[in-house]
Design a protein around this ligand. Structure first.
Ligand SMILES: Nc1ncnc2c1ncn2[C@@H]1O[C@H](COP(=O)(O)OP(=O)(O)O)[C@@H](O)[C@H]1O
Ligand SMILES: N[C@@H](CC(=O)OP(=O)(O)O)C(=O)O
Length: 486
């Protein structure tokens, strides 16, 4: 079970989360817990680290540490009154280390990726002992492990590390034996390289920690406890009548999370999918609500389109040039140059004339992308490289789209009727996702228009766009024979 920042941010939230664990423990389930930092804490630590590294004036490190202490001690006293002494010592020790390293960062005016990762892991270092104490307060034996102690061994790319395959065996050896006699509480979001250097797994990476741990202990299910009732047809902060999906496949949710549905980290699907472990997304504020189950798609598709995601903070890069036509190796040159600078490409589209390749990348990678493409421009094959930061990407997702004619027509007709100009379109051959790019100012309206067009706020059986898929599974094998019902 993973409890996100919103599920451990206040004393009442920790109590509710501990109640959930207690009820499963009492029912005889073996449970491992992964926790995130309390809501807002990681952002604050990042801001403090950046300030320490850049500020020419004396940063208020002492005040920051005091504020962190006050919030966490308050949570501890409210949730584990009989365990305050030992855990307070632990918190004070952690805060002393954090204060020392922030002071060193300020003195040196240097924040390396390595020290940054160590610093931003403190949110989880502080929340996990409190959660574990809240369990002990209820008489449940519990131990705390950091990501590395739990066996998560990662690549060395700081702030975006991935678990290495050898993690599985280590997690099995280190976490599984604890389950029979206790509830281990594992700090999410972090691991360490084989050399023991602390790494973090990318923002919202505790979901990924939970999936890696779940796969390592061969869990029956991985439960992600958050602040909404499950995976929804769209971001409920933008689409107020977004509906909770009972069920969604690994591939569909992977597309949604990749395109910005914050409810799950995109990398958290693969470890579960590889071992065929279902993921349940549930609301820790309403534990009785059924939530969403994510698993291999074994059922008839009722819907052509299931959900729509919007991703902001992206940039469009266009690479143009008549000389690119029919010339082998141009795409290789472009993609190699971008890969060398670690530019992550989210969408690719090439005109059939081959005179243009359009890319969508993370906005923060734009400068690196332009620097990477500049030498190619100088070689003369590419005539111009243009870019636009003022764009967003949308992904329309649903396994029922595969082999179901007319969906693209419906998407783009609806946008056309609403006067929304589409700047780029891309569809993978899996046909689980149609993604496209519009001006940033049109993004939320496009989401609304398509949510209405596919009547996503209504229950599937009442809608007209039910489609019948072949019984062959989408994730498990080819399933192209789908009939679209009028
Ligand atoms: N398709 C979606 N379904 C559900 N939630 C979504 C979706 N898209 C975006 N969200 C947002 O994701 C949030 C949950 O993620 P997050 O804030 O990281 O929670 P946690 O703190 O539990 O990790 C929800 O509150 C919701 O606003
Ligand atoms: N604390 C980390 C990791 C995390 O997963 O958080 P959350 O579960 O609240 O999204 C972050 O803020 O990125």
């Amino acid at each position: 079970m993973k409890f996100g920042g919103s599920s451990v941010g206040e004393a009442a939230c920790i109590q509710r989360a501990a109640d959930i664990v207690e009820s499963h423990h009492a029912a005889g389930d073996e449970v491992a817990v992964v926790v995130s930092a309390c809501s807002g804490i990681t952002d604050r630590i990042i801001a403090a680290a950046d300030e320490a590294a850049t500020s020419s004036e004396e940063p208020a490190i002492g005040e920051f540490i005091s504020a962190l202490r006050e919030r966490h001690i308050r949570l501890l006293e409210a949730t584990a009154p009989d365990h305050t002494r030992g855990v307070t010592e632990m918190i004070d020790d952690l805060l002393c280390r954090l204060q020392n390293i922030l002071t060193a960062v300020h003195t040196l005016k240097e924040l390396t990726p390595r020290s940054r990762d160590y610093i931003i892991s403190f949110g989880e270092r502080l929340s996990a002992p409190i959660f574990s104490a809240a369990l002990r307060q209820r008489g449940i034996p519990s131990v705390v492990l950091d990501g590395a102690e739990a066996g998560i061994v990662t690549t060395a790319n700081h702030s975006d590390a991935r678990a290495l395959p050898l993690s599985e065996e280590r997690i099995r050896a280190r976490v599984a034996p604890l389950l029979a006699k206790s509830v281990p509480v594992i700090m999410g979001f972090m691991g360490a390289t084989e050399q023991g250097v602390i790494t973090t797994l990318g923002r919202s990476g505790s979901d990924y920690s939970a999936a890696v741990i779940g796969a390592g202990i061969s869990a029956d299910e991985i439960w992600i406890w958050t602040d909404v009732d499950g995976v929804m047809t769209s971001d409920p902060r933008i689409i107020e009548d977004a509906r909770v999906l009972d069920e969604i496949s690994y591939l569909e949710v992977m597309e949604l999370s990749y395109f910005g549905a914050k409810v799950l980290h995109p990398r958290s699907i693969e470890p579960a999918m590889q071992k065929d472990i279902p993921i349940r997304v549930k609301n820790s504020f309403r534990p009785d609500a059924p939530g969403t189950i994510i698993r291999r798609d074994r059922h008839l598709e009722k819907r052509v389109v299931k959900a729509i995601a919007l991703i902001e903070k992206v940039a469009l890069v266009n690479v143009n040039g008549a000389q690119m036509i029919g010339r082998p190796g141009v795409a290789k040159m472009i993609f190699e140059a971008l890969a060398e600078r670690e530019v992550n490409i989210m969408m690719i589209s090439q005109g059939s004339s081959e005179a243009n390749i359009s890319l969508i990348i993370d906005e923060s990678h734009l400068d690196a992308a332009l620097a990477a493409l500049n030498p190619i421009l100088k070689q003369g094959v590419v005539r111009e490289v243009t870019h636009d930061r003022d764009v967003v990407a949308l992904a329309v997702v649903g396994a029922g789209m595969a082999g179901s004619p007319g969906t693209g027509g419906r998407i783009f007709s609806a946008l056309g009727r609403a006067g929304i100009n589409v700047m780029m379109i891309s569809q993978g051959s899996s046909e689980v996702n149609v993604s496209f790019v519009v001006k940033a100012g049109d993004g939320k309206r496009a989401l609304r228009v398509l949510h209405d067009e596919f009547r996503l706020s209504e229950n599937s059986d009442e809608t007209e766009d039910a489609a019948v898929s072949s019984p062959q599974s989408r994730d498990g094998g080819p399933a192209h024979a789908r009939t679209h019902l009028p």
